[in-house]
Design a protein around this ligand. Structure first.
Ligand SMILES: *Cc1c(COP(=O)(O)O)cnc(C)c1O
Length: 462
């Protein structure tokens, strides 16, 4: 292993820069008004530091850019597909691979094949697109994450763990054949980027194995999860992140991947599965929804960049700097006394909007409000992860009221500097200082699916 430094400083230097627009408060107020107080609807040109998402926003390495020039854009059998397939087998260990344009493309195909109408899909909390595809396929999501995950104050280091009693209860009540599969995310995005422990995953494997239930792995941030296991789980301190990643994958039967996160590319994804029959069906279906089974909606060059990105993503030095930067921002906010989800997650810092704006009821959209205020203050763009993201219960038509009402400051990989993190922390602190003057929002336009992307709001009067 390379020698450890105290600082998390980056294992790379900057070779190309992208200038940013500096805006005035007046310009930002106008832009926010036009965007209906929804940060998703802001033009990125009017954003200074963009922490909307870590999805597809990574900086690629010079090796990845060089790989782009090696794109084989043949319709069928592109050599980049075989490179990608080899990288997935080598670093993740799954047998069969179906490329897709991004994670949700894989979720669509997998859900349609593996879920029968009326079946349950238990998971360690939900993710927006994942649950929607499960529901569209006729499944019913059941949250089996540990209770600690719903408590932003709990310091439990593995808040992504499954509560095995909750799963056992579901099996006892409905029978194993009513469970399509168990859906496990590494890390759990909606809980604030929280990891699952290897011990919990092993116990889950044992329990599901007894009942013949498969585990499907939402492996979007598996390297970050592996890093947290290395840091905090007994017996893993001397193992390389790459080794731990492979061990996680080996405990599951298949996966969906949004390569726009961990794997350091701007677009791409795949479905992986160890079962030949499911693979055959998926390979057939991908042609309908994504493209031929050797490109799945990606260009050859995209697949090449992904193959290289996967390799870079599991290097200890890379992941230590990536998560180190997120922890740096988290620690600054903690030192300032700002309420955030603890422990700090691996891909972002999550502001606890209920504690930040305790005078706002959840129906006044506190997290949506806070994200809007932050943008006006400094041009920092964040994202709501609360009642707007949670959507509505299909049966009752009412909002879901999630316990967690969060604003996500998501850090793109290899993009911003420590000074940028300081600007963000200072802006959050400024908004916190005048929090008592902040009024909530009302929703004036609501799309049917994944409403948080396009919903519009107006400011409530004082
Ligand atoms: C981003 C994400 C997805 C969906 O992937 P896309 O590439 O955005 O379609 C699924 N699960 C998790 C946990 C994610 O973060």
């Amino acid at each position: 292993m390379p020698q450890k430094r105290d600082s998390w400083a980056e294992p790379y230097k900057i070779k190309m820069v992208e200038p940013l627009t500096m805006t005035t408060r007046g310009q930002r107020e106008k832009a926010l008004e036009e965007a209906g107080h929804n940060t998703f609807l802001l033009p990125s040109e009017l954003v200074y530091i963009d922490l909307l998402t870590d999805s597809g926003t990574s900086a690629m390495s010079d090796r990845q850019w060089a790989g782009m020039m090696l794109g084989d854009e043949a319709y069928a059998g592109s050599r980049n597909f075989y490179r990608l397939e080899a990288a997935i087998r080598k670093y993740y260990g799954y047998k069969y691979i179906v490329p897709t344009h991004q994670g949700r493309g894989a979720e669509n195909i997998l859900s349609q094949i593996m879920i029968k109408k009326g079946q349950f899909v238990p998971g360690n909390m939900y993710f927006t697109t994942t649950r929607l595809h499960q529901e569209l396929a006729g499944g019913r999501f059941v949250d089996i994450i540990v209770d600690e995950a719903h408590d932003p104050e709990s310091l439990f280091p593995f808040k992504g763990n499954v509560d095995l009693d909750k799963l056992q209860g579901l099996i006892d009540q409905h029978g194993a054949d009513k469970i399509a599969y168990v859906s496990i995310a590494t890390t759990v995005n909606m809980a604030g980027g929280q990891p699952i422990s290897m011990a919990n995953l092993k116990a889950l494997r044992e329990l599901t194995g007894k009942h013949g239930i498969r585990i499907i792995h939402d492996m979007t941030r598996v390297a970050e999860n592996a890093f947290m296991i290395q840091q905090n789980e007994a017996g893993y301190g001397t193992k390389a992140v790459a080794e731990i990643v492979k061990e996680i994958c080996a405990l599951t039967d298949g996966a969906t991947m949004s390569a726009k996160k961990d794997a350091l590319v701007n677009i791409g994804g795949f479905m992986a599965i160890n079962d030949w029959d499911i693979f055959e069906e998926a390979r057939n279906m991908v042609v309908v929804y994504e493209g031929l089974h050797t490109y799945g909606g990606m260009a050859g060059r995209d697949m090449e960049a992904m193959a290289i990105g996967i390799e870079e993503s599991v290097q200890d030095d890379h992941i230590r700097a990536r998560v180190g930067q997120v922890f740096y921002l988290g620690q600054r906010l903690l030192d300032m006394g700002v309420p955030i989800v603890k422990p700090v997650g691996t891909h972002g810092v999550f502001l606890d909007a209920k504690a930040f704006l305790p005078h706002l009821p959840q129906t006044a959209f506190p997290a949506q409000t806070l994200a809007a205020e932050l943008y006006v203050d400094s041009g920092v763009r964040a994202m709501e992860r609360g009642i707007v993201s949670a959507g509505r219960n299909k049966e009752t038509g009412d909002h879901y009221y999630p316990k967690l009402e969060l604003v996500r400051l998501t850090i793109p990989r290899r993009v911003y500097t420590q000074a940028h993190m300081d600007v963000v922390a200072e802006s959050v602190a400024r908004v916190y200082e005048h929090r008592d003057n902040i009024t909530g929002l009302k929703m004036v336009y609501e799309p049917k699916y994944l409403r948080f992307f396009q919903a519009k709001f107006e400011k409530l009067p004082k």
